[in-house]
Design a protein around this ligand. Structure first.
Ligand code: GLA
Length: 403
């Protein structure tokens, strides 16, 4: 369970360490990177806008040690599979395989000028796959951090010093791996929060400047994540299509708003004035992004004054906009939100992440979570005919070394 994650994480890390010794005959260093949930601000990151994610206690663990040749050997415990690469002939294109995320990061590191030596990697994790909780960013950041720490400690810093790793550069590099190697044109949100997450806090991130502010999640509040069990993958076409629709909308608007570089620079008043110049779908896509940015700013203010009912209303507004204007929700997500909204102690609920399945996020009084879980289990199963998974989480730390 995520709220017991740290005890579980240490146990998992020492098991992974033992497995590494059995498989590769050496004692590794071990790293972990969390998953993420987004409280509000969806499909705004690639429009230079604002998001409010938090790292959560699922994680990817990576055990790593150098080898004396020029091979990169990666074993996945989750897939029970091992794959080898020659560092002098890294693949030019993705293979549609789990290893794409790890190898993509290694390739971007090399491109950025880091010279990797031979490496053994053992990877394990408990981030639900295809649930929209960023299992891919968690894997990329865990691998990237481990590779950087190993390379930097071997070359630059004889005593390993984690503070030498620039977490923002790491996030950008992993986003580049996903954009250019894996082929998903994701924004920066997931990699950024997996790198920078802080226990007990959500991050208000400006995706243009990459400046962020920590926003404490009030005591006594839980993040209930409900998995519809509808698999989501942003490498599929719809995500890239939404991004292209936003770009097309922006291109059309920039004729009338020459100062605007991205939808982040467009206001609701601008849309009232010039929206009729766009096709209906284009207008709705842009309206979502512009209104969602406003919601995020208002939600940050609400959280700062600990006004959770106001925060909850904004979550619902965001969900409606994602459902009706951006059209990335689905029946299962809508039903999950409706069920949550009726439950006791709930401030607000919405779909989280890219959409088309995956999870909802509900902000709820901690004392009400038991009853909430029962209501959602029963209600969702009755409506959809499938058992949901529910994860009760708190905000957690970003990537780091465990051993
Ligand atoms: C996915 C992407 C993010 C972001 C969200 C939607 O999680 O990886 O960059 O665009 O979808 O907010």
């Amino acid at each position: 369970m995520p709220h017991q994650a740290n005890v579980a994480l240490e146990t998992r890390a020492s098991i992974l360490g033992r497995k590494f010794v059995q498989r590769f005959g050496e004692t590794p260093h071990i790293y972990q990177a969390p998953a993420r949930v987004n409280l509000i601000g969806e499909h705004t990151d690639y429009n230079d806008g604002f998001v409010m994610p938090a790292a959560i206690g699922f994680s990817t663990e990576v055990a790593i040690a150098p080898r004396s040749d020029r091979k990169l050997v990666i074993h996945s415990e989750n897939y029970s599979e091992q794959i080898e690469f020659d560092l002098d002939h890294l693949p030019a294109a993705r293979a549609g395989h789990w290893s794409d995320y790890a190898i993509g990061v290694a390739i971007m590191l090399e491109r950025s000028g880091k010279k990797l030596g031979g490496i053994n990697l053992l990877i394990d994790g408990d981030v639900p796959q295809g649930a929209g909780l960023s299992s891919s960013a968690s894997l990329e950041i865990a691998v990237g951090y481990a590779l950087l720490d190993l390379t930097d400690s071997a070359i630059d810093h004889p005593a390993i010093d984690q503070t030498n790793i620039d977490r923002t550069k790491l996030a950008l590099l992993c986003q580049q791996a996903e954009n250019e190697f894996v082929g998903a044109r994701c924004g920066i949100m997931d990699q950024f929060v997996v790198s920078h997450g802080r226990r007990g806090n959500a991050l208000l991130l400006d995706c243009r400047s990459l400046e962020y502010r920590l926003l404490p999640v009030p005591e006594g509040t839980s993040l209930a994540i409900c998995n519809t069990m509808v698999k989501h993958s942003i490498a599929k076409g719809e995500y890239n299509q939404r991004r292209a629709e936003c770009e097309a909308g922006m291109r059309a608007l920039s004729k009338y708003l020459p100062h605007a570089r991205a939808l982040r620079d467009v206001t609701l008043q601008d849309l009232e004035k010039y929206g009729h110049k766009l096709p209906d779908v284009g207008l709705r896509r842009c309206r979502h992004v512009v209104s969602e940015d406003v919601c995020v700013q208002q939600a940050a203010e609400a959280l700062e004054r600990q006004d959770l009912p106001a925060f909850g209303k904004l979550m619902l507004e965001s969900h409606r906009s994602l459902r009706d204007d951006f059209e990335v929700s689905c029946t299962e997500l809508d039903i999950m939100v409706e069920l949550a909204e009726k439950a006791e102690g709930v401030y607000g609920s919405r779909m989280t992440g890219g959409g088309f399945g995956g999870c909802t996020i509900t902000l709820i009084k901690a004392e009400c979570v038991d009853r909430f879980q029962q209501i959602i289990q029963q209600g969702y199963e009755r409506a959809i005919g499938c058992k949901p998974e529910i994860y009760i989480c708190t905000a957690d730390d970003g990537v780091g070394r465990i051993e």
